[in-house]
Structure formats: C-alpha cells, structure tokens
Ligand binder design. Structure first.
Ligand SMILES: [Zn+2]
Ligand SMILES: [Zn+2]
Length: 238
C-alpha cells in the first residue's frame, strides 16, 4: 500500500516516510538511527534515500547512523559540516538542482529559516505522483503546479504567539523569523494550484503556540479541502 507515515513531527524530532511501489524515501531524520530503523520495520533494503531539510538536530539526528548503514542521505553541505559526518553515502545537493533517489526525481528549493534550509518537490517516476515537503520556513516564494500530496509546516498563529510571548519579544521575534505562521500558510496554499491535490497534512506544529483543531478548521475553511494534522503514527494512504 502506498503511503506517507509520520514517525514524529515538531521540535522533538521530524521524520516521515514516503512509500510508493515498495520503495521508501525518508523525509528528514530527526531521531536516533535505531528508532528510525524500527519505524521502517527494519526494511533497510527498501530505502532509496533520505532527504534532509536542514542541519537542526530535530531534522538531522539520525544522519550519521543512516550513512554508516549504507543509506544515501541527500542534504546541503551545511548539514554534513555541522554534523561533522564524512561518508561516501553523504550526497551533497544544492537548491534548484534536480537529483534522483531510486525511482524518485527530486527538486530541492530554498526556504527561509534561521539557517540554510530547503524544501523538496518529489516526483515518483512511474506513478507520476508529486509530493511537496516544506518545513521550518517563515515564507515560501515558490508556487507549484499539480501537486498531489502536501506536507507543510504550520507552526503557530500570531494570536497565540503574541499572547504567550507578550513579555518575551526576543523569543517571539525568533519564531516569527524562522517558522510558518497559520495565515501565511493559508496565503501560500490559496496561491497554489491545488487542482490535483489528494492530501494535505500540516506538520511541525509548535507545542506551545499552536491549536491543531483551530488550524485544521481554518485551513479547511479557506481552501475547501480536508486537512490532516501530523501526529506520531499517522498514516496517509496514497
Ligand atoms: Zn524543526
Ligand atoms: Zn529548524
């Protein structure tokens, strides 16, 4: 069964698996290698690779273990540098340059975070399905056509953040300059071509500054499409 599975999402660790035709592509690896291995039911041979968005440990903790166990990890140079990992399985990628992992063709693109960060437009070569993965960004300047499945960060809402951090401007501004806010996510989605959309999942919700029910309702209302909220163990059948 083709599916997207959520191992974990948010600042405690991000990792998703995209499984199509018995082939697995991992999106981020923010957990220890052994936990990731268990998450994929020890099916190492099914993995075509792992894509890493950026160097923060909640997205990259498992990189060393993955490359040491023969998995190709595709990431920016800054990720491998910051983790101090050197291995022939470390595949350096750059934004706007397409690459392939197994039967997936992937376009990485720049996002806006407090460190260098990329999103991924993934196309499965046989089924033609397109999956978009965007996390840890306060804005996305690109628009995408004909995407079938979207995983997108929806970290906080201004109202909740302002209420929670009204006496902590420094912290507040840090969030604003690094994560996707509800109304900006909605604006991005409304400006996107959703004509081929089959699933939409909000990821990386802040534990303190979000409200999953509210976010689901607001996004559904504005785009007229059912919304999933990523939680540990969620499976989305494709
Ligand atoms: Zn993160
Ligand atoms: Zn981050």
């Amino acid at each position: 069964m083709n599916k997207i599975k959520v191992m974990g999402t948010g600042s405690s660790g991000n990792c998703y698996s995209l499984e199509i035709n018995n082939e697995i592509l991992l999106l981020d690896a923010g957990f220890q290698y052994k936990k990731i291995l268990k998450f994929i039911n020890y099916n190492l041979e099914k993995i075509s690779g792992c894509l890493i968005s950026h160097e923060h440990r909640d997205h990259s903790k498992g990189v060393k273990g993955l490359v040491e166990n023969g998995i190709n990890v595709f990431a920016l140079k800054s990720v491998f540098n910051s983790l101090e990992v050197k291995n022939h399985r470390c595949k350096e990628i750059t934004a706007q340059k397409r690459f392939t992992a197994g039967n997936f063709t992937i376009l990485p693109f720049n996002l806006e975070h407090d460190v260098e960060n990329i999103g991924f437009l993934i196309k499965h070569n046989f089924s033609g399905k397109k999956i978009l993965y965007i996390t840890d960004t306060y804005y996305c300047k690109y628009r995408f056509k004909g995407v079938n499945h979207i995983l997108i960060e929806c970290n906080y809402s201004k109202e909740i953040l302002n209420e929670n951090l009204k006496d902590k401007m420094f912290l507040r501004n840090r969030v604003v300059q690094s994560h996707f806010e509800l109304s900006n996510v909605i604006e991005f989605l409304k400006a996107s071509d959703l004509s081929k959309l089959e699933s939409l999942t909000l990821v990386h919700l802040s534990s303190a500054n979000s409200d999953s029910e509210l976010f689901k309702r607001e996004v559904e209302k504005s785009i007229g499409f059912p919304v999933n909220i990523a939680v540990e163990g969620l499976e989305i059948y494709l």
